[in-house]
Design a protein around this ligand. Structure first.
Ligand SMILES: Nc1ncnc2c1ncn2[C@@H]1O[C@H](COP(=O)(O)OP(=O)(O)OP(=O)(O)O)[C@@H](O)[C@H]1O
Ligand SMILES: [Mg+2]
Length: 506
């Protein structure tokens, strides 16, 4: 019973800690995940928490038992043979001193072991994700060598820790053996001289073993404790990572949101980069649709990320229906926006689940309708298992254009007051795109729509078009007015129509 209870405690702790760490992780801003530390995070959530579980499983219990043994047996010995009992306690300060001393030396070693484990996981994670590139560039050999380096670094860091902990365990045993011998000799001498009963002496010899023998396992337990402390610190560091983008307090009723968006003197730069969005002002009236064009890297997707509060502004404000988005509850703000982002992400599961993502209680009718509007239903129905077809990890089993249309259907199903399409139809052919545009016209009529596109035909019919250049709005107006000016838009139009082959904006 006690075994079950104790081990269940370890299970409960690891489970709760993992959930706590993960739920904190989800609150951290996107830039935290961009520093290439997915592998590190994975090892923290898996290995490090398991390490703690292993220690709690028996190590912690052993320490508890040891303390009780030392107190009880030590007390009995002090009663029977106060003259020699102190000898049994002599190794304890040595053990304590030794473990504190070794702890100081071991802690950084084990920290390094965990870090190397994180690097190794990061490499594996990257390689598994890039298997297609590895194969197409025939770089298998090169990748094996990189993996050997990471794996070797892990092995070596472990070796350094093992060397140290291997020195520590015999030290403890030595101290114990010394105390045991001293008790035998001194007790024997006292018995010889008649100062102690033979019976008491025999009992002393027996009980000293009971006291000191369990202590020999202490070295191993303390070593395990060290390992698990290195892991626990990493978990706690993760839980302590400050949340820089916190939710506001004001809730909004999504049904009441009109979708009026204002950027007011917005300045933004990614950390460590030069200023990207400079004194940016833009008003997108509720229910209108706007097209954003501009050269690659000009900051179009960034504007959307700022609207979603994925990054912190350097200065300025973004307002939704006249309210600062920082003051709104993050969940509410993000629920107001249906986004088809430039990099579509599908979850492992079937097409049905992927379209219904975030709207799990939708009926099949609603899902089918969203797929129809996204021009996806015909290809879905042609798949061997229709809506039940598994899309593979990250949707790998579908074509680029198919993935985009599923993401579009997902956004349509979300039915939010603001619809944002960031290159959402870039991977589909012109004919399909035209069909999608006809359906979007229907659903865009009563909501604010932002369309980002390189292909100008995509945004041609929007109420307003802005041309982004170097973080500023270079031009603004509808297609017909912009085409009459001889500016960037006009240039771009001519290049796409094949009239010209250079574009002056960059
Ligand atoms: N997470 C990031 N960290 C640092 N810099 C970034 C990050 N994301 C984008 N950038 C930089 O910010 C600039 C604008 O990127 P953004 O994705 O907004 O461009 P874009 O206009 O959407 O381009 P495209 O048309 O190619 O999609 C680029 O120069 C890019 O290198
Ligand atoms: Mg972009």
């Amino acid at each position: 019973m006690y075994g079950i209870l104790w081990r269940n405690l370890a299970q409960k702790t690891q489970h709760q800690l993992r959930i706590k760490a993960y739920s904190h992780l989800q609150k951290l801003e996107i830039s935290f995940f961009e520093s290439g530390n997915t592998g590190r995070i994975l090892t923290i959530l898996n290995d490090d928490i398991n390490q703690l579980e292993r220690f709690l499983d028996h190590g912690a219990n052993q320490i508890l038992q040891l303390i009780i043994t030392v107190l009880l047996v030590g007390g009995v010995m002090a009663l029977i043979a106060p003259g020699v009992a102190f000898l049994a306690f002599l190794p304890i300060p040595i053990i304590l001193w030794g473990s504190i001393y070794f702890q100081r030396l071991l802690a950084p070693k084990y920290r390094e072991v965990r870090e190397r484990a994180g690097d190794l996981a990061a490499r594996l994670n990257n390689n598994l994700g890039g298997m297609m590139t590895i194969k197409s560039f025939a770089t298998e050999g090169w990748e094996i060598n990189r993996l050997i380096r990471e794996s070797d670094a892990y092995r070596k860091s472990n070796n350094r820790a093992i060397k140290l902990s291997a020195a520590f365990i015999p030290l403890i045993r030595f101290a114990i053996l010394f105390a045991f011998l001293a008790i035998l000799l001194l007790g024997g001498l006292q018995t010889w001289e008649g100062k102690m009963e033979i019976g008491a002496y025999s009992f002393l010899v027996f009980i000293t073993q009971r006291l000191l023998w369990p202590l020999t396992t202490l070295g191993h337990t303390l070593d395990e404790y060290q390992r698990s402390m290195a892991s626990t610190n990493r978990v706690l560091d993760l839980i302590d990572t400050p949340i820089t983008i916190s939710s506001g307090n004001n809730s909004i009723d999504i049904k009441q949101v009109k979708g009026d968006i204002k950027f007011e003197n917005v300045n933004f730069s990614y950390s460590g980069r030069t200023s990207l969005i400079k004194d940016f002002n833009l008003h997108i009236p509720a229910g209108s649709n706007i097209g954003i064009v501009g050269s690659t890297g000009s900051g179009k997707s960034t504007l959307i990320k700022l609207l979603l509060r994925l990054y912190k502004l350097n200065s300025g404000n973004i307002l939704l229906d006249g309210k600062r988005i920082e003051d709104l509850k993050l969940k509410d703000l993000r629920r107001c926006i249906s986004l088809v982002s430039q990099e579509v992400y599908l979850f492992h599961g079937n097409i049905y689940e992927n379209i219904a993502y975030g709207c799990e209680d939708s009926s099949f009718e609603e899902i089918k309708n969203a797929a129809d509007l996204a021009e996806a239903s015909s290809f879905i129905e042609n798949l061997p298992e229709g809506y039940e077809t598994l899309v593979g990890e990250r949707g790998q089993k579908l074509s680029g254009g198919q993935r985009q249309r599923i993401a579009l259907a997902r956004a349509i199903l979300k039915n939010a007051p603001i619809l944002i399409l960031d290159e959402a139809t870039a991977a589909v052919d012109n004919e399909t795109e035209a069909a999608i545009q006809r359906s979007l016209l229907k659903i865009a009529s009563n909501r604010t729509t932002i369309v980002i596109a390189h292909r100008l035909s995509t945004i041609r019919s929007t109420d307003n078009i802005i041309v982004l250049n170097n973080g500023y709005i270079a031009e603004q107006g509808n297609h017909n007015t912009l085409i009459k000016k001889s500016g960037l838009y006009n240039d771009l139009w001519k290049v796409q129509a094949g009239i010209k082959n250079t574009y002056s904006g960059m």
